[in-house]
Design a protein around this ligand. Structure first.
Ligand code: ADP
Ligand code: ASP
Ligand code: MG
Length: 406
């Protein structure tokens, strides 16, 4: 007998038939004698619908109230799944985040999980009951409802698995595993049988939304056995996220291509080239809680320099207006911005032992006439910023260049 945490995403919970099909899958695992905790997302499209509704009423909705509202999607699906499982003759009980007591901090809309109380769940598990938990939500110390950021049900599931010391955490979604790149963009993308935590972390943080990045961090930290699988297929081992590189396998140099459309670039031209400039520009951006990704400062000429950085596209306007203030203070010449850019990245632990990956990447893009606007590298990834119109072409070309379709 094993204790298994399963998570079903929005598409998997998207209709009454699909919910009944999830119930049947849960029942099959139960019939094999396992204990089951099932974490669910809202029905597909529901969280988007709720956010749009809130913004229709209030352009900048209060974040506490937003969380009260957008957490409701999961409250619907836990009850529906519990009903469907009970109709199959099994014991099932739904829990909201607050009923479990998933304790989080109070950062509404992107709260972090601090602690999970497993007492109620343990009691029900011992009583042979299937537990259904609302993903994406928790409560803070004052009892306020919080949510964990988009895609947060993955993190709920992994945190649940860590708290219960589960034998495995299975993420059921609409693809049958982690692919070399998003199969919606490159149909030739291949499913990976395994991927290391390190690579999965990079892929997730560089835009592969198949797993929320915090879920991967959590799984790495608490050694949760994490697997991504299809909720639409009965067969298949999915993709296992592993700590170790598989020593028996011939390792590809690049494991995957990730991309992110939600990027925007800001440049301050003619900034005085003196100590403290980076701090003055980026400090004011950080004070506004805006995350900065890539940063480039050019070599100075005639006592001035140019300074560029990228932010999430949703924060472009806010960052731009903050820079206007900084520009006046510093006496910089001009601010330019571009919110039609994207970031494409090649990820692979094999890069460590193989120099020349970057030049291979740049040549492939050059051969297609794609201009690179910014570059950033780490030990296991190379990212480039490009005009958004090249996104799909660049992803396909790099996927082919690194032999990922074979
Ligand atoms: P869920 O609703 O189940 O959480 P998501 O939409 O969040 O599902 O994540 C699954 C989607 O992630 C897939 O449909 C796929 O389009 C996308 N995706 C992006 N990159 C990858 C990748 N490298 N491998 C697999 N899927 C990916
Ligand atoms: N329903 C939430 C969202 O759409 C959480 C999730 O699906 O993981 O972001
Ligand atoms: Mg998701």
């Amino acid at each position: 007998m094993a204790l298994i945490v399963q998570k079903y995403g929005g598409t998997s919970m998207g209709s009454p038939e699909r919910i009944r099909s999830v119930a049947k899958r849960v029942a099959r695992w139960k019939a094999q004698g396992h204990q089951l905790v099932v974490v669910v997302s809202a029905m597909s499209g529901e969280t988007n619908r709720l956010i749009a509704l809130a913004k229709d009423v209030s352009p900048q909705p209060d974040e506490r109230e937003l969380d009260v509202m957008i957490s409701t999607g999961e409250q619907v699906t836990i009850a529906l799944l519990a009903m469907a499982i009970r109709d199959l003759g099994l014991k099932a009980r739904s829990y909201t985040g607050g009923q479990v007591r998933v304790l989080t901090d109070s950062t509404f809309t992107k709260a972090r999980i601090l602690e999970i109380d497993d007492a109620n769940m343990r009691r029900d598990l011992d009583d042979d009951t299937v537990i259904i938990v609302a993903g994406f939500q928790g409560v803070d110390a004052d009892g306020n409802i919080t949510t964990l950021g988009r895609g947060g049900s993955d993190t709920s599931a992994v945190a649940m698995a860590a708290a219960l010391a589960a034998d495995e955490c299975q993420i059921y979604t609409d693809v049958d595993g982690v692919y070399t790149t998003d199969p919606r963009i490159v149909p030739e993308a291949r499913k990976l049988d395994r991927i290391t935590f390190e690579e999965m972390l990079e892929m997730a943080s560089l835009g592969s939304k198949v797993l929320q990045i915090r879920s991967v961090e959590f799984a790495g930290k608490y050694k949760v056995k994490l697997r991504v699988l299809s909720s639409f297929q009965d067969e298949g081992e999915g993709t296992l996220i592993t700590v170790e590189e598989d020593k028996n396998m011939e390792q590809p140099i690049i494991s995957g291509i990730a991309f992110n459309r939600d990027e925007a670039k800001l440049t301050m031209l003619g900034v005085p080239d003196t100590p403290g400039i980076a701090y003055q520009i980026l400090g004011s951006i950080a004070d506004a809680n805006i995350d900065v990704d890539m940063i480039i400062q050019n070599v100075g000429h005639d006592g001035t320099t140019d300074f560029s950085f990228t932010v999430n596209r949703g924060e472009f306007a806010k960052a731009h207006s903050i820079l206007e203030g900084v520009k006046a203070k510093l006496g910089a010449r001009e601010i330019t911005g571009d919110n039609k850019i994207c970031k494409v990245s090649a990820v692979g632990v094999g890069m460590r032992s193989h120099p020349g990956v970057a030049s291979q990447m740049f040549k492939a893009l050059a051969d297609e006439g794609i201009n690179i606007q910014m570059i950033s590298t780490s030990e296991i990834k190379i990212s480039v910023v490009l005009d958004e119109k090249y996104l799909e072409l660049a992803v396909r070309v790099l996927h082919r260049t690194f032999g990922l379709d074979q």
